[in-house]
Design a binder for this molecule. Structure first.
Ligand code: SF4
Length: 363
């Protein structure tokens, strides 16, 4: 009698599956078949795995759990952006977003923005997720599962569909769930799985300094985005409370070290509100980023009920960008996606819970 623990099938690499098959007395090639069905074809049930016999499937399914995410809600924007609210097997809910960028000169980009935690402990002032506090980390299977399930759903309409890029910018602070995020990246990169290039994945952080340095050493290929949002400690500590633990001097030092090790350009995210989109802040960013290998991405905030923050008008945005450009800083505006749906992180989950009279936790 085999006494094996059960594993999350979506979180298993090929080596782990080979070991399971060996322990169960099944042929080794079953592992490769299983890996392909799960990681490439993105199946959501054992019954879809058609080239493994019923008997073997039943032996395998006793030890390998397949937990597809339950699609609670899908919103589609006029620009093609799709936002999903998924329920996990323990009842918790997460959001993720698919953004399509159709290109004339190069191949189309299909970017999935994944969540890495249920809720978030960081508590950024402009973020609906932060308003609800932290509940738990996602497993690598749950992180990867968002990309797999979106692939599955879109392929029902477009059988050739492939996710090309992944950004870790959904609910949660990815670097506070470091191991699971790193392993999910490795699996998404697998050539017999989703086969998403390392350089097509970007991890976003509010500034967890020790993990930025660790990421540079563990995976120098993956992209890094730092949510900067302010160029002085007083303002940044209000907007991004992580700054109280790792103030700007430490953060920028770690960014310089990151670029020295990886030779990669960091994307600095700056959320602009009607308040901070001013000349003084723009000049402060120029001083802060002078000489740093990086690029500034300006994001006009999505209005989130309860934050009191307002979106800046276009004129303010243009002036802000101009000051940065004149100061020699590379800058762009994030191509706005899904503004007609609740595209800001955490909004959909929060609204659903309010609408269904579920309690909204305080931090
Ligand atoms: S913006 Fe990101 S890090 Fe900040 S509270 Fe929201 S999910 Fe957490």
């Amino acid at each position: 009698m085999i006494s094996m623990e059960t594993y999350d099938l979506r979180g298993c690499n090929e080596e782990a599956l080979i070991q399971v098959c060996q322990e169960l007395g099944l042929k080794r090639f079953r592992a490769a078949q299983l890996f392909q069905w799960v990681q490439q074809k993105a199946v959501r049930s054992w019954s879809e795995i058609s080239n493994i016999g019923k008997e073997d499937r039943s032996v395998l399914s006793a030890h390998l759990q397949l937990h597809p995410l339950e699609r609670i809600k899908e919103q589609r924007s006029a620009d093609g952006t799709r936002k999903y609210l998924f329920r996990l097997h323990d009842g918790e809910m997460i959001e993720c977003v698919l953004m399509d960028y159709v290109r004339e000169q190069s191949r189309d980009r299909h970017t999935v923005c994944v969540s890495t935690q249920v809720g978030c402990a960081v508590g950024c002032a402009f973020c609906a997720t932060g308003m609800e506090g932290f509940r738990r980390n996602l497993t690598m299977g749950e992180i990867l599962g968002q990309v797999l399930d979106i692939t599955y759903f879109v392929r029902q309409e477009d059988p050739e569909f492939q996710v090309t890029n992944v950004v870790f910018m959904g609910m949660g602070e990815p670097l506070l769930n470091y191991e699971q995020v790193l392993q999910a990246i490795m699996l998404m990169n697998h050539e017999r799985g989703l086969n998403i290039g390392m350089r097509r994945m970007t991890v976003s952080t509010s500034g967890v300094v020790p993990r930025i340095l660790q990421l540079a050493k563990d995976n120098p290929q993956v992209g890094l985005a730092v949510s900067l949002h302010a160029a002085d400690d007083t303002t940044r500590s209000q907007l991004v409370p992580m700054n109280r633990k790792y103030p700007l001097a430490q953060l920028m030092e770690s960014c310089r070290e990151y670029s020295r090790i990886t030779h990669r350009r960091i994307t600095f995210e700056v959320a602009l509100t009607a308040d901070n989109a001013n000349q003084t802040q723009a000049e402060a960013f120029v001083r802060l980023l002078k000489g740093q290998l990086g690029h500034v991405n300006l994001i006009p905030v999505n209005p989130v009920a309860g934050t009191g923050l307002e979106r800046p008008d276009l004129e303010k945005l243009k002036k802000f960008a101009h000051v940065l450009e004149v100061g020699g800083i590379s800058v762009s505006w994030r191509e706005e996606k899904g503004t007609d749906i609740d595209a800001a992180c955490g909004q959909l989950r929060r609204q659903w819970r309010v609408g269904n009279n579920e309690p909204i936790d305080s931090i």
